[in-house]
Design a protein around this ligand. Sequence first.
Ligand SMILES: Cc1cc2nc3c(=O)[nH]c(=O)nc-3n(C[C@H](O)[C@H](O)[C@H](O)COP(=O)(O)O)c2cc1C
Length: 190
Amino acid sequence: MSKKTLPRPASRYFYPWPIVLVTTIDNSGKPNIITIGASSICSSNPPMVGVAIGTAQYSLSLIEERGDFGVNLPRAGQVYEVDFCGSRSGRTVDKFETLGWTAQESSIITSPLIQECPVSMECQLRHSLQLGNHTWVIGEIVAVHVEEELLGADGSLDLAAAEPLISGWGEYFSLGEKIADWHYSRTSPR
Ligand SMILES: Cc1cc2nc3c(=O)[nH]c(=O)nc-3n(C[C@H](O)[C@H](O)[C@H](O)COP(=O)(O)O)c2cc1C
C-alpha cells in the first residue's frame, strides 16, 4: 500500500483522541467546562496529565489564575454536552447551568468536577509550556473519583462500561471491541 506525502505537515493526522472535559472556576465562583481533544498522560509516578489549550481560550486564563483544574472523562452518550462545551465560551455562557450538570466540589483543588461524568480527576498545575498556538498545561493528579460500578475488586477499571468518547479530526466515535490484553505476545504465538 503506497502512502501519499502531504503538502504540509498537520497535527490532525494524529489519531485517535480521547475526549476530556476540563473544569475550572472563576473568581466570582462561576464554574466552567472546556472540551479538549489534545490530552495525554505524561507520567505515571507521580501521576501527571497534560492538556493542550489554545492560548486565547478563556479556560487557560482560569487555570493559570487558579493553579489547578479538573479532568473529567465523559461517556459516549454525553456527546451532546461535550459538543456544547466545545462550541461556546464560558465568557458568555454558564455551561453547567445550561446543561443542567452539577459542579461537584473537589476534595483538594479549588476547581470543581462534573458529577455526571463517570471519572473525574483533581489536578494541580505543575508546568505550563506554550507551543505555538496552544499551551500545554501539565497537572499532577492528586485525587481520582470513579463511579463504583466501573471498578473491579482489585481497583481495575472496566473500560468498556466507562464508554469513553473518542475523536478524530471533526468526528466523534465510541470505543470498539477489545482485541487483546497487554503483553499477550509474551505467551501466545502470532
Ligand atoms: C471535539 C472538540 C475538541 C476540542 N479540542 C480542543 C483542544 O484540544 N484544545 C482547545 O484549546 N480547544 C479545543 N476545542 C475547542 C474548545 O472546546 C472551545 O473553543 C470552547 O468553546 C472553549 O471554551 P472556553 O472559552 O469556555 O474556555 C475543542 C472543541 C471540540 C468540539
